[in-house]
Design a protein around this ligand. Structure first.
Ligand code: ZN
Length: 215
């Protein structure tokens, strides 16, 4: 059955089959999961339905703490993302945070154009326009729109990794617990492969203006 033909009832039906299959394989599966959540990874990804964190990394429920939004942004005024980040750092004590973008990202493509998508979405996409402006010479040098869009996807991932490093909650974890490592990845819709763009180890170099010295 294709995605287009799936009904809402089919989702619930599939859920029953899935839950029964899991118990058949491992009778304690849900009992164990419901009593303990200790993921080592926080995933900050795009809401795009084609980039499901668990499937593409071969991880099971319980292994990745996930936050997804349009174009995998880390916005300092986004209380949703900041709550996820704070919980992941101070309670779950994650060891790695992955920001994962993807080529062909609709949010990034929209930000490259001048079309208005409504006042809320415009504000969100403006964060990506700012990334474009920061790297305008390199982006303008691209031979065509497709390569320019791919490069902006990559710059956007790098910028969001930096945005994580700018937060005081992250810097505190780096200073006192020497974790987590930050990773910027990009996913190819056309080949299903993840590529590593950037890694920041605890205490990595950051513009001094963003470093808090009284944490
Ligand atoms: Zn996307």
């Amino acid at each position: 059955m294709s995605n287009v033909e799936k009904t809402i009832e089919a989702l619930l039906l599939h859920n029953r089959e899935w839950a029964a299959d899991r118990v058949k394989l491992d009778p304690e599966y849900f009992k164990r999961l419901s009593s303990l959540q200790t993921p080592k990874f926080l995933w900050v990804g795009c809401s795009d339905s084609r980039v499901p964190a668990n499937q593409i990394t071969g991880t099971d429920p319980g292994e990745i703490f996930v936050h997804r939004n349009v174009a995998n942004l880390v916005v300092h005024t986004d209380i949703n993302m900041l709550s996820v980040l704070e919980y992941a750092l101070t309670q779950l004590k994650v060891e790695h945070i992955i920001v994962c973008g993807h080529y062909g990202c609709g949010g990034v493509l929209a930000a490259m154009g001048r079309r208005s998508f409504g006042s809320v979405l415009n504000k969100w996409l403006r964060n990506i326009k700012d990334v474009y402006r920061l790297h305008e010479p390199e982006l303008r040098a691209c031979p065509d729109d497709e390569s320019r869009a791919r490069l902006l996807v990559e710059f956007n991932v790098r910028e969001q990794v930096l945005n994580l490093a700018k937060t005081s909650v992250l810097q505190r974890a780096w200073k006192y617990e020497h974790r987590p490592t930050l990773h910027g990845w990009v996913y190819g819709l056309e080949d299903g492969l993840l590529r590593s763009l950037v890694t920041m180890q605890p205490g990595a170099d950051l513009h001094p203006l963003y470093q808090y010295d009284n944490l």
